[in-house]
Unconditional design. Sequence first.
Length: 256
Amino acid sequence: MNSWEYKKISGDYLPRQFEYHPTNNSIMFGCLNGQVNLINEDRSIRRLGNFGTDDSDVILGLCWLKHTDTNRFVTGSGNGHVTCGRVLDDDSAADVSSVVQVYPDFDKFTSIHLNCTDELLLLSGYTQDCAVLDVASGKSVRRYSGIHTNHINISRFMNTTPQLFATSSFDKTVKLWDLRDCSHRPVYTIENRAGVVMMSFAPNDLFLLTAGALQIAAVSSTYSAIDVVLFYSVMFCRSATPCHSCPHCVCCRRGQ
């Protein structure tokens, strides 16, 4: 069997996070020194610039806008510096991107995500809080404080409904939130056997995949294992506000 063809990225780049472009095969990657770079389809590498606070500020999260201006992207760093950048067409520039928007810092940042309309930005970190911002203005839409009993590891919007998102935590729960509900209570909670380190919605949101870190005690030692669970996603209402008439929708049942 032939090995896959690959291109090695020099260790000088110190890559940590990466994400494919939504419409082509280029890859954006963030680095330990705050740099963000782009691997073009011809495998050349373009420097987009430093999106951290300094050369020691690690890029922990990045995400392309997928539906509006696909040359734009958002980043978050270890120091909580959150920005929106845009890839420029001028390859001769020292940095081939520009900062479009600087958002309020988010303390102990670890996770960033955009909703399916590119209008809302979801931030969470090594705390029990998360925040939703307006992408265009940077203004706060909603802040959820103390929503888990341990820190949030990752937070994600659904792929098909812009108002719904989930948070996962080392308190062994995944919680589903509805921005149309002002009660600051989750519309649904999933219990796991282990602290949740990763989760992902299926493209149609019918399933939710979670991965948790189990500490397993053996005769001679304690070791870690990954507990992977596939859940049926809960039924939800797609209207702008809960219609309170869907018999199986957890969002509407909450309002009855």
